[in-house]
Design a protein around this ligand. Structure first.
Ligand code: TRP
Length: 355
């Protein structure tokens, strides 16, 4: 048993005690030097054949599913950024507000270290944190990791303009490709924000934490963003925005199959279905076919026949309980040092240290 800290302090941002803590820590912080990063880029993985294999595996299964990583091509990443801006999608906004409020506190606790972010997307929220590192230490080193090369390039340009003191060394890769770089960047903090952990199933999550623990060095940090909302109405609204970006996101996965696998799917017949399943504490997101549909996978010359009304699972999004997560993470040798939440307890940012 890993004997982690079972009762980490929970800090709701904006309270007086929080501001006192930050001020006291700032007074005794020592300046530390930062580390130079080399430019690094890898070619995009997830080529068409890998995509075709994954799609065939999911469509052969019962019930049918598709791997959510394929939602994030250039078009999908762009649509997801729009989702993040919607008034119903509380996750990004709330996490951003927490990071803006506690960025200095986090930077003080970790000292000057390299930030590595999995699934970095636009890096907008991370800019709030990088800003705090620059303020305290004069500069920062940042390695965003994303499967979309276009969004990575866009993020690099934006950061160069807004935070010139940040050395950005992007890595165009899946998570798998990122694990080996953790050790060479230590001392480091791994960022896994946006409650992306919720998109992994139980087995994937176990595998993920085993690998993160194995590749981070003792004393490294991990900053984990978790959706802790329990209110079904606000959750359902977040995954069914009025402007229709959620539906566009789900449909794009099939448009991508048309583009890359010659699938010839009528995407206008796809209905986006998302609802909170309280028993499993997760949102289940489906593409529902309103008409019967043949899905062609050109590389294998295979056709999958779907009936009218059939649903394909495209993503799950688990919602977490802190009292379960803290011991879960301790089993992988991660001590929860601080938990930052918003006053409505919808989102939590956990600062973890690898023992
Ligand atoms: N990673 C996002 C989440 O779990 C994914 C997501 C948000 C999503 N809205 C969606 C996926 C709509 C499909 C459709 O919050």
């Amino acid at each position: 048993m890993a004997g982690g800290n079972r009762n980490p302090p929970v800090v709701a941002v904006g309270t007086a005690s929080y501001h006192e803590t930050v001020a006291a820590m700032a007074a005794c912080s020592a300046h530390r030097t930062s580390y130079a990063l080399e430019g690094r880029d890898r070619t995009a993985t997830g080529d068409s054949l890998e995509f075709a294999h994954s799609v065939a595996r999911g469509l052969d299964d019962s019930p049918r599913w598709l791997d959510c990583r394929y939602l994030y091509d250039a078009a999908g990443s762009h649509i997801f950024e729009r989702i993040c801006e919607q008034p119903e999608y509380y996750l990004t906004r709330t996490e951003g507000a927490i990071l803006a409020a506690v960025g200095l506190d986090i930077a003080l606790r970790t000292g000057s270290i390299t930030l590595i972010e999995l699934g970095s997307g636009s890096s907008i929220k991370t800019g709030l944190l990088l800003d705090a590192y620059c303020e305290l230490y004069g500069n920062a080193c940042y390695t965003p990791v994303d499967i979309s090369s276009s969004i990575l390039e866009h993020a690099r340009e934006e950061l160069a303009a807004s935070l010139p003191d940040v050395q950005v060394a992007p890595l165009n890769s899946t998570y798998d490709g990122a694990f080996p770089i953790f050790r060479e960047h230590s001392p480091a903090m791994l960022l896994f924000l946006g409650s992306t952990l919720g998109n992994l199933n139980e087995a994937e999550s176990l595998d993920f934490w085993e690998r993160v623990a194995a590749n981070l060095s003792s004393g490294d940090y991990c900053l984990l963003g978790l959706d802790i909302n329990e209110d079904a109405a606000t959750i359902d609204a977040a995954y069914n925005d009025a402007a229709g970006w959620s539906e566009a996101f789900t449909r794009n996965l099939f448009a991508r199959m048309n583009r890359e696998l010659g699938s010839a799917i009528a995407t206008d017949a796809i209905q986006h279905v998302a609802a909170f399943n309280r028993e499993c504490s997760r949102v289940e997101i489906y593409a529902r076919f309103q008409r019967a549909q043949s899905i062609y996978i050109e590389p294998f010359d295979r056709v999958f026949e779907l009936e009218a009304g059939e649903q394909i699972l495209t993503e799950i999004s688990c919602k977490f309980r802190l009292e379960e997560m803290v011991p879960y993470l301790a089993d992988f040798d991660f001590i929860t040092e601080q938990i930052y939440t918003d006053s409505d307890k919808r989102f939590a940012v956990l600062l973890l240290e690898r023992r």
